[in-house]
Ligand binder design. Structure first.
Ligand SMILES: *Cc1c(COP(=O)(O)O)cnc(C)c1O
Length: 361
């Protein structure tokens, strides 16, 4: 068996030791005689798995005690709708920074419930930059400000946490959570689908400042109510146990590897290497994102001649480098290089890109 270096944007590559452990435990978890996915979510075995996952992610991200943590179904997209239901009254104004595809999605999810103000929009510039802070048109009394920390498709990442005073910050961290140290206390809510940087698809992590849960929000069913989920410890209904378990294994792996400070360094080296190959290619490859906001997690790039796309992908695949095709919205290529992508994988891609240029120059 040989595993390729998989640059998929999500679901994305998982750490090999995690997959091996899951495989070893699949039929018989810790001598119980059953798989963890065959056991009740309320039994002592899964309760232990769940509690350890939460404690490990708290440690990894240094999450303060006045923040609750949820492991929910519905993906990041469902959380985008739930934040309006939970944190803004009907028709109340909320502010959105739209810096790529996922910012637009987030906006679309809340428009039925609230008065969404687009405080900044990178679309006129093709989402190649983040509009300057001075140009943001913030509302007088927004219930919150939402932004996308890393735009997975457009490859645009905030280098700093936006400073918007006392307005609670709600941030989509789906593709950059736990990729570097983060001051969680600056946020009202951080949410992320797991399938980029935390584990398999099917579970989302929501980190919410408890005080915000006291907001009235909108009339909503219990299952859409974060307060009820916090009270029910993410077990209001059957949680996605397999996904939660696998994410828990990823957290343990991240801790063993040295935590987010270590991954921050690896991620900086990995992305710098790819941008260097692109920028030094004399226009053979190009990335169009402003240098200051280039993503450390997703590197979209184009070949100078579209006719080379097919051979590039085919030869990359033959070299054990897979899932490099760009998102259909942008075309070209995209290398997603989350925590689980080893540095050797990025080095192999960089070498392949230089070699391809020489052979097809
Ligand atoms: C993938 C992604 C989403 C959508 O996640 P789903 O789990 O498919 O709903 C939202 N935001 C960002 C930044 C993403 O990368």
């Amino acid at each position: 068996m040989s595993r390729a270096f998989n640059f998929s944007a999500g679901p994305a590559t998982l750490p090999e030791p995690v997959l091996q452990q899951a495989q070893a435990e699949l039929l018989d978890w810790h001598g119980v005689g059953a798989s963890i996915v065959e056991l009740s979510h309320r039994g002592p075995e899964f309760m232990q798995v769940a509690a350890e996952a939460e404690a490990d992610l708290r440690t990894l991200m240094a999450i303060p005690d006045d923040y609750a943590m949820l492991f929910l179904q519905g993906g990041a997209t469902a959380q985008q709708a739930l934040i309006a239901l939970n944190f803004a009254a009907p028709g109340q104004t909320v502010d959105y920074l739209v810096t790529g595809h996922w910012g637009k999605t987030a906006l679309k999810q809340v428009q039925p419930y609230v008065a969404a103000n687009v405080a900044a929009n990178g679309e006129p510039g093709g989402f190649r930059d983040i509009p300057a802070r001075e140009s943001w048109k913030l509302s007088q009394d927004a219930a919150y400000l939402h932004y996308t920390a890393n735009e997975t498709i457009h490859g645009v990442e905030f280098g700093e946490i936006p400073d918007v005073g006392d307005v609670p910050l709600i941030a989509d961290f789906s593709s950059s959570i736990a990729s570097e140290p983060l001051d969680v206390s600056k946020f009202g809510v951080i949410y992320a689908g797991a399938q980029k940087n935390l584990g398999p698809v099917g579970v989302s992590v929501v980190i919410v400042r408890r005080e915000l849960l006291e907001r009235a929000g909108q009339p909503r069913a219990e299952i859409f109510d974060y307060r009820a989920h916090v009270k029910g410890e993410s077990m209001l209904n059957t949680p996605p146990t397999w996904n939660w378990y696998l994410a828990g294994l990823v957290f343990k792996w991240m801790l063993a590897e040295g935590g987010v400070a270590e991954f921050a360094q690896r991620n900086a080296r990995k992305s710098a290497l790819l941008y260097q190959v692109i920028d030094n290619s004399g226009g053979y490859y190009r990335n169009e994102v402003a240098a200051a906001v280039r993503s450390r997690m997703n590197v979209p790039f184009f070949l100078h001649d579209e006719a080379l796309d097919k051979p590039f992908l085919a030869e990359a695949q033959a070299a054990g480098l897979i899932s490099l095709k760009g998102h259909r919205a942008l075309g070209g290529m995209r290398a997603s290089i989350y925590n689980a992508m080893p540095e050797e994988g990025v080095q192999a891609l960089a070498a392949f890109m230089r070699d391809f240029q020489q052979r097809h120059g």
